[in-house]
Design a protein around this ligand. Sequence first.
Ligand SMILES: [Zn+2]
Ligand SMILES: [Zn+2]
Length: 143
Amino acid sequence: MFCRNCGNQVDDRAIACPKCGVNPRAGFSFCQNCGKPTPGNAVICTSCGVALSRGGSDPRASNKIVAGICGILLGSLGVHKFILGYTIAGIIMLLVSLVGGFVTCGAGWGVMHIIGMIEGIIYLTKSDEEFVQTYVINKREWF
Ligand SMILES: [Zn+2]
Ligand SMILES: [Zn+2]
Protein backbone atom coordinates (compact mmCIF):
# COMPACT_ATOMS: atom_id res chain seq x y z
CA MET A 1 0.00 0.00 0.00
CA PHE A 2 0.95 3.66 -0.20
CA CYS A 3 1.14 6.18 2.64
CA ARG A 4 -1.94 8.43 2.51
CA ASN A 5 0.08 11.29 3.89
CA CYS A 6 3.18 11.36 1.65
CA GLY A 7 2.51 8.81 -1.12
CA ASN A 8 5.53 6.67 -0.19
CA GLN A 9 5.11 2.89 -0.71
CA VAL A 10 4.85 1.17 2.68
CA ASP A 11 4.35 -2.35 3.97
CA ASP A 12 0.65 -3.34 4.27
CA ARG A 13 1.07 -4.01 7.99
CA ALA A 14 3.02 -0.82 8.75
CA ILE A 15 1.54 1.24 11.54
CA ALA A 16 3.81 4.21 10.82
CA CYS A 17 5.22 5.38 7.50
CA PRO A 18 9.05 5.05 7.47
CA LYS A 19 9.33 8.23 5.39
CA CYS A 20 7.01 10.71 7.13
CA GLY A 21 6.39 8.88 10.41
CA VAL A 22 2.59 9.11 10.59
CA ASN A 23 -0.07 6.40 10.44
CA PRO A 24 -0.09 5.63 6.66
CA ARG A 25 -3.92 5.19 6.73
CA ALA A 26 -4.57 8.50 8.45
CA GLY A 27 -3.42 10.97 5.78
CA PHE A 28 -5.62 12.72 3.23
CA SER A 29 -3.27 13.46 0.35
CA PHE A 30 -2.68 10.18 -1.54
CA CYS A 31 -4.60 7.01 -2.44
CA GLN A 32 -3.47 4.03 -0.34
CA ASN A 33 -4.06 1.68 -3.30
CA CYS A 34 -2.45 3.41 -6.30
CA GLY A 35 -0.44 6.23 -4.67
CA LYS A 36 -2.03 8.97 -6.81
CA PRO A 37 -2.77 12.35 -5.13
CA THR A 38 -6.34 12.71 -3.82
CA PRO A 39 -8.30 15.82 -2.75
CA GLY A 40 -8.44 16.06 1.03
CA ASN A 41 -12.18 15.48 1.27
CA ALA A 42 -12.39 12.64 -1.32
CA VAL A 43 -14.03 9.40 -0.19
CA ILE A 44 -13.21 7.38 -3.30
CA CYS A 45 -10.02 7.51 -5.38
CA THR A 46 -10.74 9.00 -8.82
CA SER A 47 -7.77 7.13 -10.35
CA CYS A 48 -8.45 3.55 -9.27
CA GLY A 49 -11.93 3.70 -7.67
CA VAL A 50 -11.15 2.20 -4.26
CA ALA A 51 -12.64 3.57 -1.05
CA LEU A 52 -9.99 5.70 0.60
CA SER A 53 -9.02 4.59 4.09
CA ARG A 54 -9.76 6.88 7.00
CA GLY A 55 -7.40 5.91 9.76
CA GLY A 56 -7.75 9.02 11.84
CA SER A 57 -9.81 12.13 12.27
CA ASP A 58 -9.28 15.00 9.86
CA PRO A 59 -6.53 17.25 11.29
CA ARG A 60 -8.42 20.27 9.92
CA ALA A 61 -11.26 19.49 12.38
CA SER A 62 -8.91 19.75 15.35
CA ASN A 63 -10.20 23.26 16.20
CA LYS A 64 -13.80 22.05 16.43
CA ILE A 65 -13.93 21.26 20.15
CA VAL A 66 -11.86 24.28 21.22
CA ALA A 67 -13.87 26.68 19.04
CA GLY A 68 -17.16 25.15 20.26
CA ILE A 69 -16.25 25.48 23.94
CA CYS A 70 -14.90 29.03 23.48
CA GLY A 71 -18.10 29.97 21.63
CA ILE A 72 -20.25 28.73 24.51
CA LEU A 73 -18.13 30.25 27.31
CA LEU A 74 -16.61 33.35 25.67
CA GLY A 75 -18.92 33.84 22.71
CA SER A 76 -19.46 37.54 23.29
CA LEU A 77 -15.72 38.18 22.83
CA GLY A 78 -15.67 36.41 19.46
CA VAL A 79 -12.83 34.12 20.60
CA HIS A 80 -14.21 31.18 18.61
CA LYS A 81 -14.14 33.32 15.43
CA PHE A 82 -10.46 34.11 15.93
CA ILE A 83 -9.73 30.40 16.49
CA LEU A 84 -11.36 29.56 13.15
CA GLY A 85 -9.45 32.38 11.43
CA TYR A 86 -12.49 34.64 10.93
CA THR A 87 -10.71 37.74 12.18
CA ILE A 88 -13.21 40.30 10.82
CA ALA A 89 -16.22 38.44 12.23
CA GLY A 90 -14.39 38.15 15.56
CA ILE A 91 -13.66 41.88 15.67
CA ILE A 92 -17.30 42.66 14.83
CA MET A 93 -18.48 40.49 17.75
CA LEU A 94 -15.95 42.06 20.09
CA LEU A 95 -16.92 45.62 19.10
CA VAL A 96 -20.67 44.97 19.31
CA SER A 97 -20.14 43.40 22.75
CA LEU A 98 -17.87 46.08 24.18
CA VAL A 99 -18.89 49.31 22.41
CA GLY A 100 -22.47 48.24 21.63
CA GLY A 101 -22.82 46.70 25.08
CA PHE A 102 -21.68 49.97 26.69
CA VAL A 103 -24.16 52.07 24.68
CA THR A 104 -27.06 49.65 25.19
CA CYS A 105 -26.35 48.96 28.88
CA GLY A 106 -25.29 45.36 28.18
CA ALA A 107 -27.90 44.35 25.61
CA GLY A 108 -25.31 44.13 22.79
CA TRP A 109 -23.14 41.97 25.01
CA GLY A 110 -26.04 39.66 25.81
CA VAL A 111 -27.05 39.27 22.18
CA MET A 112 -23.45 38.45 21.12
CA HIS A 113 -23.17 35.99 23.99
CA ILE A 114 -26.30 34.15 22.82
CA ILE A 115 -25.02 34.11 19.21
CA GLY A 116 -21.65 32.76 20.40
CA MET A 117 -23.35 30.06 22.46
CA ILE A 118 -25.53 28.96 19.55
CA GLU A 119 -22.52 28.89 17.21
CA GLY A 120 -20.48 26.90 19.74
CA ILE A 121 -23.27 24.33 20.04
CA ILE A 122 -23.55 24.12 16.23
CA TYR A 123 -19.80 23.46 15.95
CA LEU A 124 -19.92 20.70 18.56
CA THR A 125 -22.92 18.95 16.99
CA LYS A 126 -21.31 18.77 13.54
CA SER A 127 -19.29 15.73 12.47
CA ASP A 128 -15.62 16.32 11.63
CA GLU A 129 -16.42 16.03 7.90
CA GLU A 130 -19.28 18.55 8.11
CA PHE A 131 -17.19 20.92 10.20
CA VAL A 132 -14.29 20.89 7.70
CA GLN A 133 -16.67 21.29 4.76
CA THR A 134 -18.58 24.21 6.32
CA TYR A 135 -15.95 26.17 8.21
CA VAL A 136 -12.57 25.24 6.66
CA ILE A 137 -13.48 24.84 2.98
CA ASN A 138 -16.57 27.08 2.63
CA LYS A 139 -15.48 29.50 5.40
CA ARG A 140 -18.97 30.25 6.66
CA GLU A 141 -18.48 33.06 9.16
CA TRP A 142 -21.88 33.13 10.87
CA PHE A 143 -23.71 30.05 12.22
ZN1 LIG B 1 4.35 8.80 4.69
ZN1 LIG C 1 -6.23 4.99 -6.19
